[in-house]
Design a protein around this ligand. Structure first.
Ligand code: ADQ
Length: 499
């Protein structure tokens, strides 16, 4: 069966903090406009929602004064998969702006994000934020239930139970409420959850004062998915130690409330072929004659950007032969700019780039080119294609898609070299990359040196393996793995064809 045609046995309802597009208000006409989000997740998941006549529940990216204001259809020029998602299949969640801010910036980004990335010192624990997290999750659960009621009426009697797929750390409480309400209303459904960030070890997780409620919320599902096995084991461990659940580590099962919940590693992939096409057609954007060492990240303290700049500085110090021959091109997309920690990181980066450039710049060369902004998919593909080395060195990262996008775009021969941190999910599976502990600045500098001096045949061999794996395990494969883990994948000829 072609992964692109993965089908669910019942309609799919996706529940995520953000809808797969954002709403903007045109300043002149005051009309709402729909702007597509190009992410890989949307590319893989939206077609399954559309084909199965399902729904997408999420926040539209704008606080509307009238929550009943109609969501517009997509622009006729929109060729992205979300264009097929008609407005009557979209359920927009609304919340009081102050409550939403406390849920999103407070609890999600200031508590769960640092804690789940094992950085508890950066986490704030506030009963007020937790209360608002609870309130917004309840709102999501109610909207999902309304979608479930509609689907139950609309889909044919022969269809399987509708499938509800809840995403990420923003919505860890919603599933249990959806399950309870569906049971009360006698609505059939299967519930799945996927966490896009790491699930921390027990001794970190238990720092959160309301950790038991988080586990109970997630255990409302039939299946809970994480990127890699380590996160699954951390979750199972927490269920056993916090809630006293009976668990089966070998088969990754947790017993809770008279039900058995499956826990599964479902490593996400990228739209591999789309990145190859982009790399084939994108015009050259790097004019420099030096070799490019590339970093592409959201500007986030988990991504190890300060450590990366220091490792590059150390490379220039210890291996002066690279001066004037190599440039670090760091592209950082602004992120969570309302949060103090992120503003401080931006300042630290600006100062560090200035200091290193001040120290090494010559009349013909500056060691670091720093782009603070979003680049187009075309430009991104060209950067990935033409870089000699990609530095993917987060301190902690659920998976990291940049590592995968880089290898997809490496169509030049001989190819470049991927350096990846063992603390990213990607580092667990991209075995042919050079592994680099970002905390060890001196060792990291040596790994960059090794990448810059690696013989062509070794680069080619490593890249061939990396590309082959990512092509097979692309984002459509991930979508299909989710449906399979839910027991909700329609197979052609009754055959299972997952790699
Ligand atoms: P993120 O933390 O956002 O995702 P990542 O997986 O690296 O991290 O994805 C970032 C995406 O943003 C990539 O697709 C990249 O191309 C894009 N991007 C980054 N910088 C950009 C720039 N300057 N301009 C344009 N695009 C840029 C979370 C988790 C990850 C997990 C993903 C998916 O934190 O660990 O891999 O979800 O599950």
């Amino acid at each position: 069966m072609d992964a692109d045609n993965a089908e669910a046995t019942g309609s799919l309802i996706v529940v995520s903090n953000r809808l797969p597009f954002v709403l903007k208000r045109d300043e002149k006409t005051k009309q709402l406009q729909r702007k597509a989000s190009p992410g890989g997740l949307v590319t893989a998941v939206a077609p399954v929602v559309v084909r199965g006549k399902g729904y997408w529940v999420g926040w539209p990216g704008i606080h509307l004064e009238d929550p009943n204001e109609a969501i517009p259809e997509s622009d006729p020029s929109d060729r992205t998969p979300t264009a097929g998602l008609l407005s009557d299949k979209v359920v927009a969640v609304h919340a009081d702006p102050a409550v939403f801010d406390s849920y999103y910036n407070g609890c999600c980004n200031n508590t769960f994000w640092p804690l789940f990335h094992s950085m508890p010192d950066r986490a704030s624990f506030s009963a007020e934020h937790w209360k608002n997290y609870y309130t917004v999750n309840k709102e999501f659960a109610q909207k999902t239930l309304a979608a479930l009621e509609k689907v139950s009426k609309e889909q044919g009697p022969d269809a399987g139970p509708p499938l509800v797929w809840v995403h990420d750390y923003h919505l860890m409480l919603a599933s249990n409420w959806i399950r309870q309400s569906a049971e009360e209303l006698n609505l059939r459904c299967k519930l799945g959850f996927f966490l896009h960030i790491p699930f921390p070890p027990w001794d970190i997780f238990r720092l959160f004062p309301w950790s038991d409620e988080v586990l109970q919320g997630m255990l409302g599902c039939d299946m809970v998915g994480f990127h890699i096995e380590d996160y699954c084991l951390n979750f199972v461990d927490c269920c056993q130690r916090r809630l006293g659940c009976r668990v089966d580590r070998k088969n990754m099962l947790v017993e809770h409330g008279g039900r058995t919940v499956r826990v599964r590693p479902l490593p996400i992939g990228i739209p591999f072929d789309r990145f190859v096409q982009l790399a084939q057609s994108a015009p050259k954007v790097i004019s420099s004659s030096t070799k490019i060492v590339l970093g592409v990240d959201r500007l986030d303290y988990t991504k190890g950007l300060v450590h990366r700049l220091k490792a590059f500085e150390m490379l220039l110090e210890k291996h002066p032969e690279h001066r004037e021959k190599v440039t670090l091109l760091q592209i950082s997309v602004p992120s969570r700019t309302d949060v103090k920690e992120y503003q401080e990181l931006k300042e630290e980066m600006d100062q560090l780039v200035g200091r290193i450039n001040g120290r090494f710049t010559t009349p013909n060369w500056s060691p670091i080119r720093y782009i603070y902004g979003c680049v187009s998919q075309d430009e991104l593909a060209a950067f990935y294609r033409d870089a000699a080395v990609a530095l993917v060195t987060p301190l902690r990262d659920g998976m990291n898609l940049v590592a995968k996008e880089f290898v997809a775009c490496q169509i030049n021969e001989p190819p470049g070299v991927l350096i990846v941190s063992p603390f990213a999910g990607a580092g667990e599976m991209m075995h042919e990359a050079l592994i680099c502990n970002p905390y060890e600045i001196g060792a990291a500098a040596e790994v960059i040196h090794r990448a810059l001096t690696m013989p062509e045949d070794e680069r080619q061999l490593r890249m061939n393996y990396l590309r082959r794996r990512e092509k097979i395990n692309d984002v459509n494969c991930w979508m299909k793995s989710f449906l399979k883990a839910m027991g909700s994948l329609i197979y052609e000829d009754g055959e299972e064809t997952l790699p």
